[in-house]
Ligand binder design. Structure first.
Ligand code: NDP
Length: 450
């Protein structure tokens, strides 16, 4: 029956391969869950859960610094609101399309359910590329984008946040335009600046959370990060704060990347080097290859489009933290990781491993934390930001970090226990899908056919 549903999803939207991939992975996990809970089958929960509640698409016209007009496309996928207002990031990247945002929104539904904070799932964005644009161009784009989006969102309806290409600068411009159009200050976006309702630790949360999740996996084998060599991809928000937390917990990060190439620094990217990367990426908006000019012991390797694997994943290491984008680890990369001794993969990015790669990890029984569990720290802290906004208060750094840490411990134990309950201990893919699905399914059952 689930194969039939999967085929229907593919036929209905044949040009959305990333969405098919995300749906397939969840449906595969659900067979055992539905065997134990036939009531979900008769209520057609799987059929309903793969269909977005609402899809919004709109034109985003804007004017560049030379006076030329550009037209981008804006999206918001409101996937599922059974357990709370739609919640999920906005991505600005030229690769953005409907299928990619549907996959992200679908993953978000289960992820948000695992956080135990009442948040539904959504995702949005645009094919706009902020790279190389001036601050004023980014501002004009954000204002135009929000001039349509504002009618569809609200603090109790849909609360967007950042994702690839949407950081503090973009959230500020989007928030300013929303406030102007609505004549209302409200917690309608998360990832805001500290001065206007943002939460401490929100910028750090996804990276810290992925490292905390990995720490819990290590504990199941009586192990820790002490002395572990770690591969990190990306050099944006998630990669930076994963690196910071790995360093704090005694590990050594030897790689970082961007879409042009990667650096390998055998001596480790310590706190000082990380501060340089943060300035390079967040302030100067430079490229990671500049790292080797500052630290000549490191080696830069540009992307080679003729290679069928990514050399970043082909170094001796213990742990890997994919923190750039979807499908950045193919089957060959997964095998290279195993051959190089990697026994822990904690996904900061969303769906960074292709299905054949995931199967290699599962077959080798390594500690593999899929994104929808491992990177849930970001949205969890967004939930904490919403809570602080609604009580007009703000919590200390230590308080938020402790709550985040406890949420990650709890997500790990839900996934761990569900994997055991459904007969495949240690399979966090099954565990995360099953635990997330059950929470949403029970809420949908209670609310009738809506
Ligand atoms: P950023 O925009 O801050 O950084 C993204 C990094 O990944 C950059 O180094 C970028 O390089 C690189 N990258 C992006 N696209 C590609 C590509 N197609 N090929 C190679 N490299 C690429 O984004 P985030 O750090 O916020 O997001 C990274 C991942 O984490 C995404 O999968 C996102 O969905 C996920 N995530 C983020 C959360 C958050 O709170 N921010 C929450 C949960 C998941 P370049 O600069 O060259 O573009």
């Amino acid at each position: 029956m689930l194969e039939e549903l999967y085929q229907k999803v593919v036929q209905r939207d044949p040009s959305q391969p990333e969405f098919h991939q995300a749906v397939q992975e969840v449906l595969e996990s659900l067979e055992v869950v539905l065997d134990k809970h036939p009531e979900y089958r008769s209520a057609k929960i799987p059929e309903r859960i793969v269909e977005p509640e609402r899809v919004i698409m709109f034109r985003v016209p804007w004017v560049d610094d030379s006076g030329e007009i550009h037209v981008n496309r804006g999206f918001r996928i409101e996937m599922n609101s059974a357990i709370g207002p739609y919640k999920g990031g906005l991505r600005f990247h030229p690769s953005v399309n409907l299928g990619i945002l549907k996959f992200l929104a679908f993953e978000q539904v289960f992820k948000n359910a695992l956080t135990t904070i009442p948040m539904g799932g959504g995702k949005g964005g645009s094919d706009f590329d902020p790279k190389g644009k001036s601050d004023l161009e980014v501002m004009r784009f954000c204002q135009s984008f929000m001039s349509e989006l504002f009618r569809h969102i609200g603090p109790n309806t849909d609360v967007p946040a950042g994702d690839i290409g949407v950081g503090g600068r973009e959230i500020g411009f989007l928030f300013g335009q929303y406030k102007k159009l609505r004549n209302e200050w409200s917690g309608v976006l998360t990832g805001k600046g500290r001065e206007y309702g943002g939460s401490l630790i929100r910028p750090e949360a996804t990276g810290y959370g992925a490292v905390y999740f990995g720490e819990e996996m290590l504990k199941t084998r009586g192990d820790s990060y002490q002395g572990k060599v770690c591969l990190v991809s990306g050099s944006g928000n998630v990669a930076q704060y994963s690196t910071e937390k790995i360093n704090e917990l005694g590990g050594k990060v030897v790689t970082l990347s961007d879409s042009s190439g990667y650096i390998y620094d055998e001596d480790g990217i310590d706190a000082d080097k990380l501060a340089y990367v943060m300035d390079l990426k967040n302030v100067k908006r430079g490229r990671i290859k500049e790292y080797v000019e500052k630290y000549p012991n490191a080696v830069y390797t540009a992307i080679d489009p003729d290679l069928d694997y990514n050399p970043l994943w082909d170094h001796k290491a213990d742990c890997a933290f994919p923190s750039a984008t979807q499908n950045e680890i193919n089957a060959k990369d997964a095998q290279n990781l195993i051959n190089n001794g990697v026994f822990l993969v904690s996904e900061g990015a969303n769906m960074p491993t292709v299905p054949d790669g995931v199967n290699i990890f599962l077959d080798h029984k390594i500690l593999y934390g899929p994104g929808k569990a491992a990177n849930a720290g970001g949205v969890s802290t967004s939930g904490l930001e919403m809570a602080q906004n609604s009580i007009f208060s703000s919590w200390s750094r230590e308080e938020v970090d402790e709550k985040l840490h406890n949420i990650m411990i709890n997500i790990h134990s839900q996934a761990y226990e569900a994997a055991k309950f459904y007969g495949d201990p240690g399979n966090y893919v099954l565990g995360a899908n099953a635990a997330g699905f059950r929470k949403v399914a029970d809420a949908m059952m209670a609310q009738g056919v809506v």
